[in-house]
Design a protein around this ligand. Sequence first.
Ligand code: 5AD
Ligand code: SF4
Length: 462
Amino acid sequence: MPIPSKTFWIETFGCQMNVHDSERVAGTLSARGYTPVERMEDAGLILFNTCSIRDKAAQKVFSRLSQYKALHREGRVFGVLGCVAQQEGEALFRRAPHVSLVAGSASYPRLPELLARLEAGEHRVTGLDPASEEAFETELTRRDHPFRAWLTIIEGCDKHCAYCIVPYTRGGERSRASAAILREARMLADTGYTEIQLLGQNVNSYRDPSPAGLSFAELLAAVAETPGLKRVRYTTSHPRDFSAEIVRVMGDHPTLCDHVHLPSQSGSDEVLRRMRREYTRAEYLEKIALIRGCRRPLAITTDLIVGFPGENERDFEQTMSLIEEVHYSGTFIFQYSPRPHTEAGAWGETEAVPDAVKIERLMALQRRQQEIQAADNQAWVGRPVEVMIEAYQTKLAQWSGRASSNRVVNFSGDGRVEATAPGALPVYRPLRPGEYAWVRILRAGANSLVGEQIAAPPAANA
Ligand code: 5AD
Ligand code: SF4
């Protein structure tokens, strides 16, 4: 059954990489004459871009797929993209027979060809390349966020973390040429974006495939120098590949935001070894010391997994003591979920940690982390911070946005009156999402800072 009309709808699950992949897929579709529609029911082609990092995420995809089966009877064409597509492969057609396309992210460079086959009426089209050589370059990328632009610099992952399905679902590392990245950054700045977030599963192992041969730190510096950009963020880092050079470049370029996300996963050497993280707790802490040594203070956030097979009370206490020692400004804590195609997934029930223990450990870590954040955030009271405004919170009657450190800041304010030129009439600049405001912090909670707008940046922070 060919695609009934050149309209599409795409629903995204999972991480920012996935959100941005959907923007690139949408761009590819638009370049082929497809139009996006607001409601799934109106689309000829319905795509789910999926996540399989934990079992729950993968299950959600199957429940969404069965929920909309009826639309297939009306002639709509369904496709499953991303990590669940790669994880399940052709087996997905058996579980969800109304699906016509199954394609993992390593096959996106072949999307035009896969689409052509769907358009010709083929019903079982697959893109399950284990790992392509090339990164996914699009003629066109749709950008859904009005003032923060994501930009992929490296796809896939070459690590072998025992718990992680990503190297299987996304394939090996493919870095994009630095010239293409820098061209895209300039284009984004020219169209008015002031914040860019560089994306990759492990951005630190970026290797420029072109003769320019930039390292990640060099690329970061080059992006930071793009005229018009005010904030550049990057995620995710891997402690093994995170270098002193990155910290130096961050210190030298104020456009690089005051934030490093450095997943530790565990504070126990034994668990780290079994996870195949390729670093010890002491080595991880050396990287933390590098970041703390930056010439301006940087916020550090992390990911932690509780209940990895074999994790005992002593191991868990090590993770607890790690958050005490580092004083993270934010943590994402997950219960271990066994995944297919992973080393630990094949261990079966041996040494599995009971769910009740996982939950207990997760809650204990979260509780302590909240106390740490609440105490540390007090240091911000009385200080000025620059905020990129994201939204107006009608309920709180406050604006909401983020500091360079990625902390959420809520504040009251209604714009400012600014002198333009000597002798000219001053102008009133209202606040708007995407713009920046200076805010003095009045109160601090565990998860946000609250303040009031101030007229101008204080000289010391200008
Ligand atoms: N179970 C639980 N959490 C996981 N993560 C990755 N794989 C798993 C898994 N099998 C977490 C890691 C990673 C984050 C994106 O998701 O903490 O950093
Ligand atoms: Fe989910 Fe990982 Fe795939 Fe992102 S890369 S969509 S987190 S499985």
